[in-house]
Design a protein. Sequence first.
Length: 139
Amino acid sequence: MATNRTFTMIKPDAFEAGNSGAILKMIEQTGFKLIAMKITKLTSEMAGAFYEVHKERGFYKELVEFMSSGPIIAAILEKDNAVADFRKLIGATDPAKADVGTIRKLFAKSISANAVHGSDSDENAQIEGGFFFSHLERV
Ligand code: ATP
Ligand code: MG
């Protein structure tokens, strides 16, 4: 299994604000290579399935509504130590707690509208990439 890949989404808030280009630039300048990328819009069913691990949490409904509220960019990224390095680049879930210079510190509006998603493990990176991209798109 590839351990040098992660999966990301530029969330509806950042896409709508026109921050996709700036975020992709930070991602590339940190050394991540784009493997696959698309603009799409999640239905509430798809957003619910993607974040199913959180379905018992109080914020689940808000999360599903937000993630299906507008277009997103989904992408598979490659770099040594991809999952951990990408989590470091995006910063804490709550932008108020994110380190200076991280994507969420710069672009997130709130803990729910927090600009980007990043996989939390190699296993989930693989699953999440497969949610959006076929085998042929993941070479
Ligand atoms: P992501 O999985 O999107 O990269 P994360 O791993 O930093 O974010 P998770 O705990 O997996 O954080 O939560 C998933 C998403 O749910 C968060 O990014 C955020 O959009 C939303 N979320 C998490 N906690 C809260 C909260 N307390 N209130 C509102 N929304 C929340
Ligand atoms: Mg997460």
